[in-house]
Design a protein around this ligand. Structure first.
Ligand SMILES: Cc1cc2nc3c(=O)[nH]c(=O)nc-3n(C[C@H](O)[C@H](O)[C@H](O)COP(=O)(O)O)c2cc1C
Length: 288
């Protein structure tokens, strides 16, 4: 159920809840008080309650006076300081810090507000240790099959490391987070990436180390037994993995990375692209 309630003593009839509604489901009633007109279109994003300047609007019975104030303090320093951490202390993250991270999760945006992500959080290092051993054994076994070469090739150069017991996949991290989305979610491949970006920044703000882990992701995709350990619900696709732990290393300064390509668009610059250029462009757009 999606509903709004208006405290008529507080409502100043500004209409901001109406104009900010992405699905146009709120309108004024005959007394100029906002009301839910199209409940079935509402995606429960809560913008109507967030934008109300007087706290007159309650969404789904939440008390606007009990909600936290918006605060956009300096995040740029955090973005610049973020690093991939590949050396972790053995100890686990304290439960209260892990709890803070979990409390942030519901604020992560998802396409159409589908809000259907699954977070597999490996909370015990002992579980990671089992996964480390399992993955190493599975990779070595898979490498022994010639037919698997195209799939396993990128791991082949680490064969000696696996044999020496080095954890080149999970970097000895005590924790890992894998984010999955239902195949039916409108933005199934994008939502988990957004989620991990939020997790990474907040985790580093909390003094934790993180590392996006394409290797772990590839192994999770290849070996269904890992999906079982991670309790990924049926019909959900594990989209990406991130290592997590207390860093053993401390970075002292921010590097100055090379700038990305930026097109500064200030006017329409007409281009007479030929038909082949147009086709090439469309193919490129749809390939990814
Ligand atoms: C999508 C993605 C996948 C990555 N996969 C791995 C990985 O499997 N193993 C690893 O050690 N680092 C991995 N990284 C970390 C990158 O190597 C790292 O971001 C890059 O070297 C820049 O370093 P920085 O993150 O400290 O700025 C990955 C990063 C991204 C964004």
């Amino acid at each position: 159920m999606k509903s709004i309630k208006i405290n008529e003593e507080k409502c100043i009839h500004c209409g901001l809840c109406i104009t900010d509604c992405v699905s146009s489901c709120i309108g004024f009633d005959k007394n100029n008080v906002p009301e839910m007109k199209e409940e079935n279109r509402c995606i429960a994003c809560g913008h109507c309650m967030a934008i109300c300047p007087t706290g007159a609007l309650s969404f789904n019975d939440k008390n606007p006076d009990e909600l936290e104030e918006v605060n956009y303090d300096d995040i740029l320093a955090l973005i610049k300081s973020r690093r991939s951490v590949r050396q972790y202390k053995e100890e686990e993250i304290p439960a209260e810090t892990m709890q803070k991270l979990k409390e942030m999760l519901p604020y992560i945006p998802t396409g159409c507000n589908s809000h259907s992500l699954h977070f597999a959080i490996v909370e015990k290092k002992s579980v990671m240790d089992v996964m480390r051993k399992k993955v190493s054994a599975l990779l070595l076994k898979t490498m022994s099959y010639k037919a698997m070469a195209p799939i396993i090739n990128k791991f082949s150069r680490y064969k000696d490391s696996f044999l020496n017991g080095e954890d080149v996949i999970f970097r000895d991290a005590p924790h890992m987070i894998v984010v999955s989305s239902p195949l039916t979610a409108p933005c199934a491949n994008v939502d988990p990436i957004i989620a991990l970006s939020y997790i990474e920044l907040y985790a580093q703000h909390l003094g934790l180390g993180t590392c996006w882990c394409g290797f772990a992701q590839a192994c999770i995709k290849m070996f269904p037994e890992l999906c079982d350990i991670l309790e990924i619900p049926s019909g959900y696709k594990p989209v990406y993995a991130m290592l997590l732990g207390i860093p053993k290393v401390k970075y002292q300064r921010v590097i100055a990375p090379a700038p990305y390509k930026i097109s500064e668009i200030t006017e329409i610059r007409e281009k007479d692209s030929c038909i082949f250029c147009k086709i090439k462009r469309i193919v490129t757009n749809f390939l990814r």
